[in-house]
Design a protein around this ligand. Sequence first.
Ligand SMILES: Cc1cc2nc3c(=O)[nH]c(=O)nc-3n(C[C@H](O)[C@H](O)[C@H](O)COP(=O)(O)OP(=O)(O)OC[C@H]3O[C@@H](n4cnc5c(N)ncnc54)[C@H](O)[C@@H]3O)c2cc1C
Length: 423
Amino acid sequence: MKVGILGGGLAGVSAAYFLQEKGLDVEVLEKEDECGGLCRSFLKNGFSYDLGGHIIFSKDVEILDIMLKMLGDNIQKLYRNNKIWFKNRFVKYPFENGLSTLDKEDIYDCLYGFIENKHPKPNNFKEWIYHTFGGGLAEKYLIPYNEKIWNTKAEKMGIEWVERIPKPPIEDVIKSALGIDTEGYTHQLYFHYPLKGGIQALISAFESKLKKVRKGFNVSKIKKNGNQWIVSDGKTEITYDRIISSMPIFDLAEALEEIPSNVKSAINKLKYNSLTVVLLGIDKKKNNDKFAVYFPQKEIVFHRICFHSYMGQWYSPEGKYSIVAEITTNPNDGVHELSDEKISSKVVDGLYREGLIDKKDVCETDVKRMKYGYVVHDLDFKNNTSLFRDYFNSIGIPLNGRFAEYEYHNMDQVVGKAHKIKV
Ligand SMILES: Cc1cc2nc3c(=O)[nH]c(=O)nc-3n(C[C@H](O)[C@H](O)[C@H](O)COP(=O)(O)OP(=O)(O)OC[C@H]3O[C@@H](n4cnc5c(N)ncnc54)[C@H](O)[C@@H]3O)c2cc1C
């Protein structure tokens, strides 16, 4: 049985690994010159960075174990010391666990809103935030932050995905308001990360076990021939008994020779956000006390920054550190079309205005853009995704991956699904 895996991101290389382990003849077809997709890492003059902060964690111990074993000795365990930048101070992450750091009026609003919460059963994400957290937490942090990362009004988003946002117990919110230490999102309180090589080390580890990986192969045509599939990049045709797609659903639909018009139209209605990542190298020594900082402020272009030097000395040159800013964009939003230089300046200006860097210390910049960064759960998400998933299921093409299956999956979820794929 010859199996073709379309796309060499984490979903693709992990699926290939598990199927190869079962004795199948598997080949990965990746469009870029390197595998990894969203899990690529880059090195610029000694500063290593990922496409936005990527940490390894999972509630699924079996899958976590597989990922960690794959990395062998190249692994470390770190404490999540993340913060939210709010009214000129760092507040513990998640926000509801850091209330005592706020001004008294803000603490009162958050606590009262959480306890006296009469918001009705929700129909959209905005209502869900009010219903789950109350008005104070909703208005001060959760709505402004989420509207930045999703680049979408919260009332235009659905709620099928919200179980991944843990609801804090009332005891924790009261303790947090009183200044008694509590932790939220405990499944990622400690996380793992490669000692060297960035998150792409995980991709390289899977890839090193694979017998066949064809890079620079842009799948542009797929057609059925009897019981087999012919896949082509416009130059070379390869025949497989089975194919699995981990490439974005938009590209798959474009490549497939025949696809019903209602399926194509459902796919074209799916919403996503692109991602721009800006690296700043800073010529200054830094206390490695935080990894990620979240910014709910509308006037600041990025929603999150990560300090890669938190991951150890391999990640920045001696005596220097880096800041990696994440920005979600869509065409015509006023940011998407900005040149690399302009978007880097916006990041530098934002950090400078908040008093977090000195402009003269910026010694390096770099910008990377990913067309597909975030799957957006809009109000039609369920209808549109069910329609195309049923169709691909009916023609025997399993979908695995964030933009293949169209789910807001983390790394453990795509590896978990890859582990279960049957051909
Ligand atoms: C900013 C950010 C932070 C994140 N942080 C975390 C985190 O901390 N922890 C965590 O677990 N997860 C995190 N994630 C999620 C994680 O990145 C994804 O779950 C994972 O990378 C998805 O892998 P994938 O293979 O499904 O998709 P992708 O990485 O998008 O891979 C798809 C692959 O298909 C290839 N391709 C596309 N078109 C074609 C074509 N026509 N022919 C051939 N190949 C093609 C692409 O080049 C790419 O390599 C984060 C994601 C983002 C955006």
